[in-house]
Ligand binder design. Structure first.
Ligand SMILES: C[S@@+](CC[C@H](N)C(=O)[O-])C[C@H]1O[C@@H](n2cnc3c(N)ncnc32)[C@H](O)[C@@H]1O
Length: 307
């Protein structure tokens, strides 16, 4: 059995096997999106150099994208396999998530817009109920779509420059991220109310929305503040993680984050009086997360001592 209130430096695909069946009240995790955002996010075997390289524009933009997530031109057979490889990877651990959760317990998964459908299929095929997709409105997002009239302008093609005025190539501003909400099925023939009495999970708390200044619907608008950046390239706002923790768990229940990064989920759980288990495989982020968690422990201790 794994210790509670501990962050492990490990590969979660291995360590999850040591967690007891039906022991966890919530899994909240921001998983690798499989879009080649960083080395830890390359979940495929495609060795295409165009795919993992960086274009001139990306080099100029600095470290926003460390590797190209899409090939330069068209899609090779290897490129087309990337979504399927991501699905297979999700299946390789989702079955352990199902095993360790209590019946009726929730899992919130941050998965990117491009691959979320593969993650949903993997979870369903491993036995989860796909309950809902929440939209996290980030309020701001970097936008790099190219203005096509500028390209014609550089070619001194005035006619096309005018014809294509206002047109862009690339994506719309990515202002929302999906949060997938899954539930572990509960006893056949039982009701959710029976399950709540047996396992203390399966319902959500409407009052939490008011506490975080939100309407009780599936659009959550929380912008990060200056404390929510600089520790990890995909760091999530602490108050967003706290809202999701409070939405489906009671104090002292156990929250697990197998892809912990800088530990935002664990910090939220600790501050809310929940127990936590975290797993992170990169030393760098394990150290960042450990320091964050220790700082809370010291703050709580200091506050108790001075009262
Ligand atoms: C999307 S980031 C999480 C960021 C986090 N939400 C935060 O606020 O800092 C995913 C993390 O999972 C880690 N990771 C990837 N594969 C892993 C594995 N097999 N076991 C444990 N951690 C892994 C990566 O190193 C990365 O830090």
């Amino acid at each position: 059995m794994i210790d509670l209130n501990k962050l492990y430096l490990a590969d979660c695909l291995e360590l999850m096997k040591d967690i007891d069946d039906n022991s966890i009240d919530l899994i909240l995790s921001d998983i690798p999106y499989g879009i080649s955002y960083d080395k830890w996010d390359v979940i495929h075997n495609n060795k295409n150099v165009a795919l993992l390289g960086r274009s001139k524009a990306q080099l100029k933009a600095g470290n926003i994208f460390k590797a190209r997530g899409k090939p330069l031109n068209g899609w090779s057979e290897d490129d087309k396999k990337i979504p399927l490889e991501y699905y297979i990877w999700c299946c390789s651990w989702a079955k352990d998530w199902l095993r360790v959760l209590k019946p009726g317990a929730s899992s919130f998964v941050f998965a990117g817009r491009r691959m979320a459908h593969r993650c949903i299929s993997a979870f369903e095929d491993c036995g989860f109920i796909f309950k809902d997709m929440l939209a996290w409105n980030k309020n701001k997002a970097a936008h790099r779509a190219q203005r096509i009239s500028c390209v014609f302008g550089r070619r001194e093609d005035e006619a096309n420059c005018e014809k294509w005025d206002g047109w862009k190539v690339g994506n719309l501003r990515p202002i929302f991220e999906p949060i997938l909400w899954f539930m572990k099925p509960y006893k056949i023939g039982g009701t959710l109310t029976d399950n709540l009495l047996d396992n203390n999970v399966g319902a959500w708390n409407e009052n939490v929305f008011k506490k975080y200044g939100q309407m009780p619907n599936n659009l959550i608008s929380i912008a990060g503040n200056k404390n929510d950046t600089g520790l990890h390239p995909t760091q999530k706002p602490l108050s967003l993680m706290k809202l999701l923790i409070e939405l489906t768990t009671l104090p002292n229940q156990i929250v697990l984050d197998p892809f912990a990064g800088s530990g935002t989920t664990l910090v939220g759980a600790k501050e809310l009086g929940r127990k936590y288990i975290g797993i992170e495989k990169k030393d760098e982020y394990y150290n960042v997360a450990s320091n964050r968690i220790n700082r809370i422990e010291h703050t709580l201790f200091f506050n108790c001592e001075s009262t």
